[in-house]
Structure formats: C-alpha cells, structure tokens
Ligand binder design. Structure first.
Ligand code: ADP
Length: 541
C-alpha cells in the first residue's frame, strides 16, 4: 500500500482484484488482463465446449453444460433425446448463475421444466450442468478439492501446481439426489461459505480432521485404502493443463489488447484456484476456476451470539502460506535479472555456436574445464566474468545462496513446459487465436471488424468460386450478430474470438468434408499458416 503515492516503479505489484487495479508499465503484476472474464462460469463453459467439440475424450472431465437462457431449447431437446435413448437414465442437473460464487443462487433440478424462469434468468444468465451424483465420500461426506495453480507466464506457457491443497467438506451425510433432498445444501454443496453456517461444521486444528482438511491428508487415507494415488495426481495434472490450454486463447486476446507487443508494459502471473470434485471411481471433475481464490489464513469464530473473532486456521495457513511464498520465489526479480543477463549475452553474441569455459555444475560433476558448443536453446545460467568467458551451471549459482537457502523446498511443481510434448496437439485454438490477433489490426481491440475478416480470407486464399467474398461477408454478419446478441460484451462491436473460432470451424468443415473436426481444423490452420508465411516471404523479397 502506498497511500501517499509512489514515484518509483515496483518490481512486483500485488493487486487485490484485477489487472486494472493500477496503471502499471513495468515490473510484474499478479493478475492477467481478462482473467476474471475468462473464468466466469459461462465463458469457461464455452471454452470447454469448444475443446469438447474438438477432443471429446480428452475433455470429458468437465460436466456437460448448457448456457441459459439462450440454450434452454437445446438443453430441453438434448435431455429428451438422451432419456429416449436410455430410459433408465435418471439425471440431476445443477443450475449456477453466471458470475456467482460461494454457492450463491445455485439449485438442483431433476427435469429441465424445473428451471426457474421467473425474472432472474433473463437478467442473470446461468449455466446448467449435469450433476455428478456419485462423488467420492470420506466419512460419508461429500467434499471437493481446492488446488492452487500458478500461471507464471502465458507466452511461453508456464504452469505450476501446488503439491497440497484444501478439501472442503459438506456437513450433512451424502445421499444421491432425490426430489426430497434436492434442496439440502449442506448435503450437496461443498462451499465453505455455506457449510460454515451449519451447526455441524467442525473447525479443527488438525489438518486431517474437521470440515476443512489438507488434500494430502485425504490422499494418505486413500493410499492406505489401496487407491492408486499416483494415477490420481497424474489425472489432476492433466486436468489442470488441459483447462489452461482451453483458457489461453481468450487470455492472449486480452493480453495483446492491454499490453501491446513492442510497447513497455508489465509481465503477468496469477494464482488460480481450481475446484475439483472426485468421483467414486477417483476420476477428477473440474467444477470451476477462480481468478481470485481466497488467501485468508484465519476464520471467524462466534464467541458469543453475534460476537465474532478472527482466529488462525492452521489448515489454511499450511497450504496458502507456501503457495504465496513460492510464487514470490518463482517470480523473484533477482532471478529474472540473472536470466536477462543471459539473454543479453546471447543477443550480443549472435551466431549459432560459440565456445565457453565451463567450471561447475555440469552432469559429470568433475571440476575440470570443458570446451562446450552451446546453442541458443541453452537453458543454463550464464555469468559473464571479466575475460568474457561464461560460467555455466545447471542450477542457480551457489555462490550467493541468500535467504533462499533457509526456505523449505518449493511446494509449486512445474507441470508445463515439463509435460508440454504430451499436450501440444491440443493447442489448436491457440493457433486460431494467433491468426485472429494477427488480423485485429489496430492495437488495443479484442474484436475483428469486417475488413479484418475479409483480409484474413483473402491473405489465406480461402475464397474461391464456391465460396465468394459475398458469402464471406454473410458468414461474418451471421456469426457476429448471433454472438453479439448473446450480450456479454457490448463495449466493442465486431467479431469476438469465440465467434471467429466458430467461423473458422465452419470454414474447416466446408473445406475438409467427412473428417473428424480436430483434423479439419488442424488442416485449415496449417494451410493458413503456410499461406501467410509465403505471403510474408514475398513481401520481404
Ligand atoms: P460457486 O462459484 O458458487 O462456488 P461452484 O461451481 O463451485 O459455484 O458450485 C458450488 C458447489 O456445488 C461446488 O463446490 C460443488 O460442491 C457443487 N457442484 C457444482 N457443480 C457440480 C456438479 N456438476 N456436480 C456435483 N456437484 C457440483
């Protein structure tokens, strides 16, 4: 806090709500532009739907969802169809208002006709979702997991997951939903903010009892029952990576709009709260992503009726302190400076190869001098000394351990780029977003105008005798009008990213008939990238 103003820029800005809390032009800020909008229930559901259309099996960790009110007829029709084809299917659905949190306004229904259409649905859109009826129970109670994820960088993508999280328990024994118990929130909703008001809520000083426990304590219990905890972690990691892959296209559009490339601006990182439910068979299901997860390490205790006091909560403290501490360690500007020195040296010494002297830290651990050919992909720390040789080590130099040495090992585990190879085929929409951004034209916008869309079609040579420029205009108008009528962002006119993605999928399906959608889209992306590269080459010549 600097209530009297501040003239010097900070290394790190820790904003309470969003990127826009302050105007900043340098350093690092703990929020990405557009993150809050991107993880709202409706936007998240749309992004997941796009990925489910492309990769249905890979994205089956997100419950089937529909957006209200616009998809109400679709919801009714699809449920009827599924019931007809499988009469024993007795589903339950959960209705969640967009932008809500802490269980606010949520209710369960058995039939689409039970949706409360009076007033609020028109003014407050919602998501209706298949309800997971068979969650894993511990002590007969439903619980969910809050995991902390650090999105350290968007480009290149860097993701870390906290090794421990929180498990938040319901306070009434769970029963599968029936018309009689649908309204029992303490049985069906795991929100801490709701259950704390139940007479059964147990504050515990121990991390493995009570209504809020560490996730590691649950894993211990599962492991002692013989569950494959390793597999569970690997499923959770893949859920997190896939979810972030679904969010990055939208985030990149916001990013270029708020921090245009080539202009001075901050870099961003953000701690996200992932809410995950485990099914009875241990399959993790994504419930939602929170842009501003609570970092409170205290809870309120009612001393006497109406008199509350904040008391420390050991479970919260154990998990959250480590997350914040290690986030700061990972974004430490001192570390960044060392990396910048490396980058500077590399740019000042262009060329593919050069020699340097290595004195420590290499794999054979022998402290003899090596001559090394290094390529620009080098990932070692480099330190210039007076005679322009470079000291190389795989780890941070141990000459200046500083306060780091006294800290526990990192609780944040890097999962991306570590597992990038396994997931890179899923990043198709990212490449569609790159095409979209390329044609946005004026910096600072998030929507594509008709001229931009035409230029995209022309430069990628996508129109022909079967698909005239007039048809291109109609496609643009149809899709843009429909997306804008859904009325999420009226600030700018034009085609938003999701509308462009829909148009792109249409073009791909038209061009590469009768192949799986992801194949069609991948082929069209390659074609566009190729044609744009050729055009760029021509212009350079
Ligand atoms: P909020 O932002 O209001 O907390 P959530 O999407 O997290 O909304 O839902 C609130 C709670 O409802 C969750 O913590 C979970 O216990 C329960 N819940 C949400 N979606 C489902 C679902 N599809 N199946 C089963 N339970 C769910």
């Amino acid at each position: 806090q600097f209530p009297f103003g501040r003239r010097l820029p900070c290394d790190i800005y820790w904003h309470g709500v969003s990127f826009h809390d302050n105007n900043i032009f340098s350093g690092q800020v703990n929020k990405f532009p557009g993150m809050m909008e991107t993880v709202r229930k409706i936007t998240l559901s749309r992004a997941m739907r796009t990925m489910q259309d492309l990769f249905p099996l890979e994205y089956n960790f997100y419950p089937r969802s529909w957006i209200l009110p616009e998809e109400l007829p679709l919801f009714v029709a699809e449920v009827r169809m599924m019931k007809d084809s499988n009469p024993s299917w007795k589903p339950t659905f959960i209705v969640k208002p967009d932008g809500g949190c802490q269980g606010d306004g949520i209710y369960l229904i058995k039939d689409p006709s039970d949706i409360r259409l009076t007033g609020s649905i028109q003014s407050r859109p919602a998501v209706v979702q298949e309800y997971i009826c068979k969650p894993l129970l511990v002590d007969k109670l439903k619980f969910d997991i809050r995991l902390y994820v650090l999105l350290k960088s968007l480009e290149p993508l860097e993701i870390y997951i906290a090794k421990d999280g929180l498990s938040r328990f319901c306070t009434e024994p769970y029963q599968e939903p029936t018309l009689k118990n649908l309204h029992q929130v303490f049985m069906h909703l795991t929100n801490y903010s709701l259950n704390i008001h139940s007479g059964n809520f147990i504050h515990s000083d121990s991390v493995n009892t009570g209504s809020k426990r560490t996730f590691s304590s649950i894993l211990c219990r599962l492991s002692s029952r013989g569950a494959d905890v390793k597999k569970l972690w690997s499923d959770i990691i893949s859920l997190v990576i896939k979810t972030i892959i679904a969010l990055t296209p939208e985030l990149k559009v916001y990013y270029q709009s708020d921090i245009p490339a080539g202009k001075p601006g901050p870099t961003c990182f953000q701690i996200l709260g992932f809410d995950i439910l485990l099914m009875k068979n241990l399959k993790p299901i994504l419930l939602e992503v929170n842009a501003n997860p609570s970092m409170r390490i205290e809870h309120e205790q009612e001393l006497s009726p109406g008199v509350y006091e904040n008391v420390p909560s050991p479970v919260d403290e154990e998990v959250k302190v480590a997350v914040i501490r290690d986030t700061l360690r990972l974004v430490d500007p001192q570390k960044k400076k060392k990396k910048d020195t490396q980058a500077m040296w590399l740019t000042e010494h262009p060329g593919d190869e050069y020699f340097c002297v290595c004195t420590k830290g290499m794999k054979d651990k022998q402290h003899k001098h090596h001559s090394l050919k290094l390529s620009l992909k080098l990932k070692f720390y480099l330190k210039l000394d007076s005679c322009q040789s470079v000291e190389v080590s795989e780890e941070l130099p141990d000459t200046a351990p500083g306060p780091e040495a006294a800290l526990p090992s990192l609780c944040l585990k890097q999962v991306f780029p570590k597992y990038a190879k396994q997931f890179s085929y899923l990043r198709l929409v990212d490449r569609v977003a790159a095409l979209f951004i390329r044609f946005l034209g004026v910096k600072g916008t998030t929507k594509l105008g008709p001229t931009g869309f035409r230029t995209f079609i022309r430069n990628c040579k996508l129109s022909n005798s079967n698909f005239s420029m007039a048809a291109v205009d109609i496609l643009y108008i149809d899709i843009t009008r429909r997306w804008n009528s859904m009325g999420i962002d009226h600030k700018e006119s034009g085609m938003c990213l999701q509308a462009f993605v829909e148009a792109f999928f249409c073009l791909a399906q038209r061009k590469y008939k009768s192949r799986p959608l992801h194949d069609q889209v991948a082929s069209l992306i390659e074609l566009c990238e190729c044609r744009l590269a050729a055009l760029h080459g021509k212009r350079l010549v």
